[in-house]
Design a binder for this molecule. Structure first.
Ligand SMILES: Nc1nc2c(c(=O)[nH]1)N[C@H]1C(S)=C(S)[C@@H](COP(=O)(O)OP(=O)(O)OC[C@H]3O[C@@H](n4cnc5c(=O)[nH]c(N)nc54)[C@H](O)[C@@H]3O)O[C@H]1N2
Ligand SMILES: Nc1nc2c(c(=O)[nH]1)N[C@H]1C(S)=C(S)[C@@H](COP(=O)(O)OP(=O)(O)OC[C@H]3O[C@@H](n4cnc5c(=O)[nH]c(N)nc54)[C@H](O)[C@@H]3O)O[C@H]1N2
Ligand SMILES: [Mo]
Length: 775
């Protein structure tokens, strides 16, 4: 197969698109799929995606529609599943040819494009290359390191949200039986703020709505979210809301295509027609202004109630189910329009129009994603949204509620299974009782604390089950240094990524089956289960032949590692778990609430919904009531000459893995080192469109961080804001810059300045390049 070179940076800019999805979307998906694999494998994956008895799409956590279409997938889900179904393979010869240093000099895109990992590889201490190693030796080596540590807390075990319920349950069981709660996960960088805020206000960490609620809502806010790229199937749901007469308000610093118009490829007239207008109102907010916006809306609701008592608030609901109304009223009295307008960058008339729409709507849902959670004040922002919904009783009735839209396809399930560094005592009690051991009670490290622990030598072994920790975390240089200082790093992976090239003294790559592949064990072909963003649990059955005969499933890897590391416990039958995942589910049924009769409940393809007590107005807070909270108003004050930078996904990437240099909807082509800024801000800063800059972030301790060589692109972003892609811009987010309460890196609120740099002298024609590029 033709070798893939690192992509040249060759920026081309076109007009941003004003609608999303439709046929071009499908064509792009097929184009990418066919560049990775054969038409037959493409057809096999796509026809089985999100079908009963088929593969759960690993593309995102949006739930499947119960009335499944044959094509219940989207462009980006298709690209994603075929990226893992690729026919390209990485063999031992590849690792013999490329030293670790050489691999590290290649781009993230290049690493991913090399194909699927096929056998376990070991980099011995002091070696320059990875070499093949048998599974026994590999797992024996990890077990010996783990057993040799002074304390189990010197090891940490990272999980990415692709891991199935079964593997996640076993992983946390193994780690706790080993003796630590060091179980950081990608949630720490993702929806941790949502869990924190909703736990304190509603007594749940999860969303409260179902797909039927979305369809039935009178008004839906889509806040801090780019569904056209990251949850394309959500657009079909919003289309249905609109058909049922509901309205949508989009709140975003960027006019994202999917928020404007949607053309549904599943409908006969799909692409020919004008499509469905999505947002009835678009609030182009300044980054970090959402807390101010919702505080003001709440204050205006209280004022409207005073003006016409008994007509605005849901008094029955508040009296019976909530506490804190008087305190909230007193707290919001001090809020001024001026401050809110400064914080949001919105006009008074816009907010008045929003209020009118809210007052007209009987049932309201607020959806959100990373645009809220990854801010310093992400937790109070989401608490304020809970206030907003509670005031009018928009919780626990049809068409109303909170909808944090999760990212990874099983990130919610992994938490349900106990992947959490701060497990509740009730969970540990049940786990200990089921398996006859005393789980550790002391909380473990999250992702940020984990980096600190490695850097300071308190953590010496890093095990990553999925994901790409070094590129996902903030402060890339600091995180790299942390991982390099480990004695041993172990990555359970499907594809090559930066976490294999930035590694510990000794490093292991343990290749695993992907979700789309048939999982054969001693007890026959296995299914796994996942939980979507709306608490729906169902089975996923792989269809493709495994990428290599040497792959082990995640369940098998964890079971075997546990058997080698731990003293035998007659109540934990690791070999039995590996042979038959149904036995794992039998234990889950007894340990995790809501999973009774687990095996029986997944027998039909549809699966089941976990209990959502808040949907029945049961609040598991200390008072048994929902809590209206008083939140200090915070927003991002930006010194003159600076901008607030957000780091986000392009249309052609999946988290840390870019698939191409294109961001089609935003009109960016063949380049990723770009920073999008409002043309008026560019004029004020004296910067020309397309000029070359270093992006420099300034942090409160006076230190600066620099991401060199970005092209400025004039873009209709909110005034005072800038946007660049993750993970290229992660180097700018200081490790200590985290959301209060949740410790999530502030990937959406980085204060930066743009420093012009001289244009590079063009290379003379005919110059030879070595095929590598700067990251
Ligand atoms: N194709 C594809 N699908 C994915 C992923 C992927 O990488 N590729 N990743 C998955 C994962 S793990 C996740 S968590 C989700 C992420 O889904 P999103 O949260 O949609 O992802 P981001 O690209 O980070 O986009 C953040 C959005 O918030 C807006 N925003 C930024 N700051 C603010 C703010 O202060 N206020 C408001 N109101 N808006 C703001 C941005 O303009 C942008 O539209 O997607 C999941 N699905
Ligand atoms: N600056 C900035 N940083 C961010 C974000 C941001 O918006 N801005 N977003 C944050 C968010 S929301 C998240 S969720 C994290 C994502 O962080 P991670 O989840 O750690 O990163 P991914 O890029 O999803 O991981 C990709 C790798 O997972 C492996 N993989 C894929 N499928 C499987 C599988 O089935 N099993 C196993 N074992 N491995 C598999 C492949 O080897 C692939 O290279 O990044 C966070 N970091
Ligand atoms: Mo995420």
């Amino acid at each position: 197969m033709k070798p893939i070179e690192d992509p040249a940076d060759d920026l081309r800019v076109t007009e941003p698109k004003t609608w999303a999805a439709g046929l071009p979307g499908v064509q792009h998906a097929l184009g990418y799929s066919l560049s990775q694999t054969s038409p037959r494998r493409t057809a096999l994956t796509l026809l089985n995606l999100n079908q009963a008895g088929g593969i759960d799409c690993p593309g995102c956590a949006w739930p499947e529609n119960k009335k499944r279409h044959t094509n219940e997938y989207c462009e980006n889900g298709a690209k994603h599943v075929n990226d893992e179904a690729t026919s390209r393979r990485i063999t031992a010869e590849f690792f013999a040819e490329h030293s670790v240093a050489d691999l590290d000099a290649h781009s993230d895109m290049w690493l991913n494009q090399q194909g699927r990992l096929t056998e376990p590889m070991l980099k011995r201490a002091g070696a320059t290359h990875y070499e093949p190693v048998g599974w026994d030796e590999a797992l024996g080596l990890v077990a010996a390191e783990l057993r040799g540590l002074d304390s189990p807390d010197e090891a940490m075990f990272y999980t990415s949200g692709r891991v199935s319920n079964e593997a996640a349950f076993l992983l946390q069981l193994f780690v706790r039986a080993y003796g630590t709660n060091n179980l950081p996960d990608c949630s720490n960088m993702c929806h941790e703020s949502s869990g924190d805020a909703l736990g304190a206000t509603l007594g749940t960490g999860k969303g409260t709505v179902s797909l039927d609620d979305i369809h039935a809502a009178d008004l839906i806010f889509v806040v801090g979210q780019n569904p056209g790229t990251n949850h394309p199937r959500m657009l079909s749901a919003l289309e249905e809301t609109k058909r049922n007469g509901g309205k949508i308000i989009a709140v975003n610093p960027l006019p994202e295509a999917g928020l404007i118009r949607f053309k549904n490829p599943q409908r006969p007239r799909g692409i020919v027609g004008r499509g469905t207008k999505i947002a009835d109102q678009f609030l182009q907010i300044r980054p970090g202004g959402d807390l101010a916006l919702f505080q003001l809306l709440n204050r205006l609701l209280l004022e409207a109630e005073d003006a016409a008592p008994g007509t605005v608030l849901d008094h029955d609901f508040l009296d019976q189910h909530a506490i804190g109304l008087d305190e909230l009223r007193a707290h919001l009295a001090g809020l001024t329009w001026d401050e809110v307008l400064a914080a949001t960058g919105l006009a008074r008339e816009e907010i008045e129009q929003t209020l009118a729409m809210v007052l007209e709507a009987r049932s309201v849902i607020v959806c959100w994603a990373m645009g809220l959670t990854q801010h310093k004040h992400g937790v109070p922002t989401i608490r304020e949204i809970a206030n907003f919904l509670l005031l009018r009783g928009n919780i626990g009735r049809p068409g109303a509620g909170v909808c944090p839209v999760r990212g990874h396809s099983n990130v919610q399930g992994d938490r349900t299974m106990g992947i959490w560094e701060r497990p509740p005592d009730a969970f540990l009690d049940a786990l200990g009782a089921e398996f006859g051991f005393e789980p550790p009670r002391e909380h473990g490290v999250d992702s940020v604390a984990g980096v600190r622990a490695m850097r300071e030598g308190r953590a010496k072994v890093f095990v990553g089950v999925g994901g790409n920790f070094v590129r996902a975390m903030s402060d890339s240089d600091v995180t790299e240094e942390a991982l390099r200082s480990c004695r041993l790093t172990v990555q359970v992976s499907t594809k090559l990524n930066r976490s294999h090239t930035v590694c510990g003294e000794t490093a292991l790559i343990l290749p695993t089956l992907s979700r789309s592949e048939v999982d054969r064990q001693a007890g026959g072909v296995q299914v796994v289960t996942v939980e979507d963003s709306m608490s729906q649990v169902h089975a996923s059955r792989g269809k493709l032949e495994p990428a290599s005969p040497h792959l082990l499933s995640e369940v098998a890897i964890i079971s075997r590692l546990a058997r080698r590391t731990l003293e035998p416990n007659p109540r934990i039958d690791w070999a039995g778990f590996e042979a038959d995942y149904g036995r794992i589910r039998d234990h889950i049924a007894r340990v995790v609430p809501g999973f009774d009769d687990f095996n029986a409940k997944i027998a039909d393809g549809a699966g089941f919904r976990l209990p959502t007590p808040v949907a029945d107005r049961v609040f598991r807070t200390p008072s048994g009531k929902a809590v209206l909270t008083c939140n200090e108003l915070e927003w991002l004050r930006v010194p003159p000459g600076h901008l607030v930078l957000q780091t986000m996904r392009s249309h052609d990437q999946w988290n840390t893995v870019p698939y191409s240099g294109n961001d089609r909807y935003r009109g960016i082509h063949d380049a990723r080192r770009v920073v999008m800024v409002n043309p008026e801000d560019l004029a004020e800063l004296g910067l020309a469109d397309r000029s070359l800059v270093d992006v420099v972030s300034v942090w409160t301790d006076g230190t600066e961080r620099r991401a060199p060589g970005f092209r400025v692109v004039g873009y209709p972003a909110a005034r005072g804001s800038a946007a660049a892609y993750y993970p290229e811009a992660n180097v700018l987010v200081p490790l200590d810059s985290v959301a209060d309460g949740s410790n999530t890196p502030t990937s959406k609120g980085v204060i930066v300045r743009l420093e012009p740099v001289p244009e590079p002298v063009p290379e003379p024609a005919g110059a030879v390049t070595d095929g590598t590029a700067v990251r």
